[in-house]
Design a protein around this ligand. Structure first.
Ligand SMILES: Cc1cc2nc3c(=O)[nH]c(=O)nc-3n(C[C@H](O)[C@H](O)[C@H](O)COP(=O)(O)OP(=O)(O)OC[C@H]3O[C@@H](n4cnc5c(N)ncnc54)[C@H](O)[C@@H]3O)c2cc1C
Length: 500
């Protein structure tokens, strides 16, 4: 085997899609140049993820990507699309789940939810990761690895030349997707409801503008006699995809095996039925098969290897949790790895990654599953179907209990709670409030932890800068005029000091 590549990387990231690229950019922001290996020739060629949560935009805001994302998103989609359920685009609306994705968000965040195809987001992430020092290698596959006390040895293959070589890294992040070979090699099992359907996504061009009728809809669920699934449109309604999860009648044999027949005739028929126009002119661009699955890994780490994104949790797309949860994993892990590699923290800090992110992953699997049952196969609702938690709770209500938080979430509290109920509690996200200089409280600790202190708080000694809050802002943050909170650089509260 040829010797090639750097003798020692700090972090090797396996998988250069949404989560791997995000991890590389977040690490770069904290001064760590990661190496990314991706077996495909470039960034994603399919739209896939399209609905992005507030917490995701907040993470990208911290690395300076918000303006570019907002601009690109508004070129593709309306900024505030809704989510509904129809029997067909031309037919009856059966339910309206969300009128406008950003209704009610303003008091909670400086950021907004957005729609954007994964295939246009990934190049922005790639560029930012490279600007911040990441070393990105396409057509490069991880074919094996071995862990040692203080490093990992990875075996890589250049898929163009066939050449193989070994490289060392202090830490490895497996962002290699739902079939993660790294997770399998580590024998980490997945738990949860499991496979829900063998689904397909049909990418097509067709002029559907007459039936969209100017409506701003980011996701349109479809349920009729032929199918259950959802549309997402781009370019004003002339291009998009139809994801089909099941047949219309769940009692039919093979009802959940839509992927069993992906012939062009069937795909055209499915799109026509979902639009509700039997002779619609359609150009099928591509068809992807995938498994709608709900399960979470039983561990997020083994020694020097961390799982992130779909490698750690797989969910059906209902609710748009998959990619978003992965981006949050990456944001959580990046500053911790950087703190250890920069000598600012010892390795025990890394224990907090699994302690914080796995309970959130498990709850997310449960909630995505609950949304799938309620929106796609409601006849399967039963006494065991989990109650739905609201979107703000799931998006910015992560509530951590770990050694990176002093007196965080109690053991009997859920992994996500509405931000109104965790205001000023260690382990919760820092509440958003505008400061007099135009920044959000969430903008203060972007590079390093910062004390957010009420006007009467006694200054904290130690290495961290203090930002003084007005009495109103201190109240809004739940600490009062004499309290202070230490904001971590991922926007979560590490500890709170209250007046004696
Ligand atoms: C139809 C559909 C709609 C969706 N909608 C949404 C949505 O609206 N919002 C949302 O948040 N999520 C959504 N998702 C989910 C989202 O696409 C995934 O959660 C996201 O892509 C996960 O990113 P990842 O980087 O963890 O994994 P992946 O995107 O699967 O990427 C893993 C990468 O690792 C590479 N890789 C694998 N093995 C190796 C190896 N050995 N060596 C090198 N490279 C390797 C692969 O080539 C791949 O590029 C949707 C998914 C589908 C199918």
């Amino acid at each position: 085997m040829a010797a090639r590549g750097p003798a020692q990387d700090d972090v090797l990231i396996v998988g250069g899609s949404l989560v791997g690229l995000s991890a590389a950019a977040f690490l770069g922001h904290h001064g760590i140049s990661a190496t990314v290996v991706e077996k495909h020739a470039g960034t994603s060629i399919h739209p896939r993820a399209g609905y992005f949560h507030i917490g995701t935009m907040e993470a990208y805001r911290r690395i300076g990507l918000e303006p570019a994302i907002r601009e690109a998103s508004e070129e593709q989609f309306g900024p505030d699309g809704g989510i509904n359920l129809v029997e067909s685009l031309a037919g009856r609306e059966l339910a309206r789940f969300v009128d406008s994705i950003n209704a009610g968000v303003e008091p909670y965040s400086a950021c907004r939810r957005f729609f954007m195809t994964q295939q246009s987001l990934e190049p922005l992430l790639h560029r930012r990761a490279a600007e911040l020092g990441a070393d990105l290698h396409y057509r490069t596959e991880l074919i094996g690895f071995e862990q040692f006390d203080d490093h990992v040895v990875a075996e890589l293959r250049d898929l163009a030349s066939g050449e193989t070589w070994r490289t060392r890294a202090k830490w490895m992040i497996a962002a290699d997707g739902n079939r993660s070979a790294v997770r399998q090699a580590l024998n980490i099992a997945m738990h949860g409801p499991g496979l829900l359907s063998d689904s397909i996504t049909i990418y097509f061009k067709a002029d559907c503008r007459p039936w969209l009728d100017g409506r701003q809809l980011g996701v349109i669920y479809v349920a009729n006699a032929d199918q259950r699934g959802f549309f997402r449109f781009e370019a004003g309604g002339t291009r998009g995809f139809l994801a089909v999860n099941t047949l219309g009648d769940l009692s039919l044999p093979g009802a959940t095996d839509v992927a069993g027949d992906t012939s062009p005739e069937r795909c055209v028929a499915l799109v026509r039925s979902a639009v509700g126009v039997p002779d619609l002119a359609i150009e099928i661009e591509d068809v992807a098969t995938w498994k709608a699955t709900a399960e979470c890994a039983e561990a997020y780490r083994q020694h020097r290897v961390f799982l992130a994104g779909d490698a750690a949790h797989v969910v059906p797309p209902t609710g748009g949790f998959g990619g978003n949860t992965g981006v949050q994993d990456a944001a959580n892990l990046a500053w911790k790895l950087a703190a250890v590699l920069n000598g600012e923290a010892d390795e025990t800090l890394l224990d907090s990654y699994e302690a914080e992110r796995r309970p959130v992953g498990q709850l997310t699997v449960e909630q995505a599953y609950a949304r799938y049952i309620r929106r796609v196969t409601p006849e399967e609702i039963g006494p065991d179907t989990p109650e739905l938690l609201d979107e703000l709770t799931m998006e910015i209500g992560q509530f951590y209990r770990s050694n990176a938080v002093a007196e965080g979430r109690r053991e009997d509290e859920p992994a996500c709670l509405h931000p109104d109920h965790t205001r000023g509690r260690p382990g919760a996200r820092v509440p958003h409030a505008w400061l007099e200089d135009g920044r959000s409280t969430l903008d203060c600790a972007v590079n390093a932890p910062v004390w957010l202190a009420g006007p009467d708080a006694v200054p904290e000694s130690g290495p961290y800068e203090t930002v003084r809050l007005s009495p109103e802002t201190a109240e809004r943050c739940g600490i009062g005029p004499a309290g202070a909170m230490l904001a971590r650089s991922d926007g979560f509260v590490a500890c709170v000091v209250r007046a004696a």
